[in-house]
Design a protein around this ligand. Structure first.
Ligand code: G3I
Length: 304
């Protein structure tokens, strides 16, 4: 096929991108979005500070612009994210203990209920593991008790039984890293105890400090062997030219080699849309032209 989404669909997968609501009036941006992608993730609009800016006052207008666009175009939606230590609204940042636990669960329930039936996969919990050591990240949510993650997953399942429920994190790509093993151990435990988890999202922001690892396929296979889907959720790759293109192709080949790797999302469309202030980590240049990385990605999808 001739587009990323159609090529991924040929093997039963999706190919998505992060979308910013305020760019839906940019015709170049929307033209590429509608042509190439069959899944979207709101880059910021479904985060806690956006959807519940004041406690119990919910705000879905910007997220709805993205969801409605996606539905009108027949695209899947990845929900991002229900519970996270970052991008909490001020009222939540200053909470702790049982009040925070209740507020977090109320948020999960209210947002997942509002979008019930529209979300393919939810990032229920984002980035809960520490960067080193293999344990949990300290946060106000973690200090409510180690079971906060499973409580969030149970609340999400009750609110939207049809959505796949994912744990999403960065730096869990390299199988030998302690953080990867920490998340793996949690998912294994959740599956053993019947905590409702359906997928693991590997953000896969690759750069010099956290490069694409040669054991990436092992990591995808190992999570999948626990009985969950794996999704590459925020892919971007530092660099340019043929070396960047080769790495994109390797990532695609690794996903296609794993039956339960069912989707890839890049974290933006053009290099100028990237959260990385400098750099060229995406598939289209600032003018919307296809880069070598695009061609390598498309070819790898079609080889599957
Ligand atoms: O909307 C305001 C705007 O009104 C203001 O003028 C401007 C001034 O700085 O800030 C704007 O908000 C920024 C927002 O992006 C929209 O551009 C925030 O400051 C900025 O913090 C926010 O950054 C986002 C970041 O998450 C925050 O954590 C990035 O866009 C977004 O790409 C990034 O995405 C994260 C994933 O959610 C989780 N994984 C890592 C990934 C990359 O950091």
């Amino acid at each position: 096929a001739t587009t990323l989404g159609a090529s991924a669909a040929a093997t039963g997968r999706y190919f998505g991108t992060a979308v910013a609501a305020n760019k839906l009036s940019d015709s170049t941006y929307v033209g590429i979005l509608n042509r190439e992608f069959n899944s979207v993730t709101a880059e910021n609009e479904m985060k806690i500070d956006a959807t519940e800016p004041q406690q119990n006052q919910f705000s879905f207008a910007n997220a709805d612009r993205i969801v409605n666009h996606a539905i009108a175009q027949g695209m899947k939606v990845r929900g991002h994210t229900l519970a996270w230590h970052s991008q909490q609204p001020g009222w939540m940042q200053s909470m702790e203990g049982t009040a925070l636990r209740s507020a977090m669960l109320n948020h999960v329930t209210r947002v997942a209920t509002y979008y019930r039936g529209k979300i393919d996969s939810w990032d229920v919990v984002n980035e809960a593991y520490a960067d080193s050591g293999g344990g949990r990240r300290d946060s106000n949510l973690q200090r409510t008790g180690n079971d906060w993650i499973e409580a969030a997953f149970r609340a999400a399942r009750a609110a939207d039984p049809g959505a796949k429920l994912c744990y999403n994190d960065y730096n869990i790509d390299n199988w030998t890293w302690a953080k990867t093993q920490g998340v793996y151990t949690m998912v294994r435990d959740f599956k053993a105890r019947g905590v409702p988890i359906d997928c693991v999202g590997l953000q896969s922001h690759f750069n010099s400090g956290s490069p694409y690892p040669s054991n990436y396929r092992t990591t995808l296979e190992s999570f999948a062997a626990l009985g969950v889907d794996v999704q590459i959720t925020e892919l971007d790759i530092e660099g340019s030219g043929q070396s960047q293109a080769t790495t994109y192709a390797n990532v695609v080949r690794d996903c296609l080699a794993v039956a339960r790797c069912n989707g890839i999302t890049v974290w933006g469309i053009r290099d100028t849309d990237s959260w990385r202030a400098s750099g060229t980590p995406l598939l289209f240049d600032g003018s919307g032209n296809k880069k070598a990385a695009y061609t390598a990605t498309l070819d790898a999808l079609n080889a599957g």
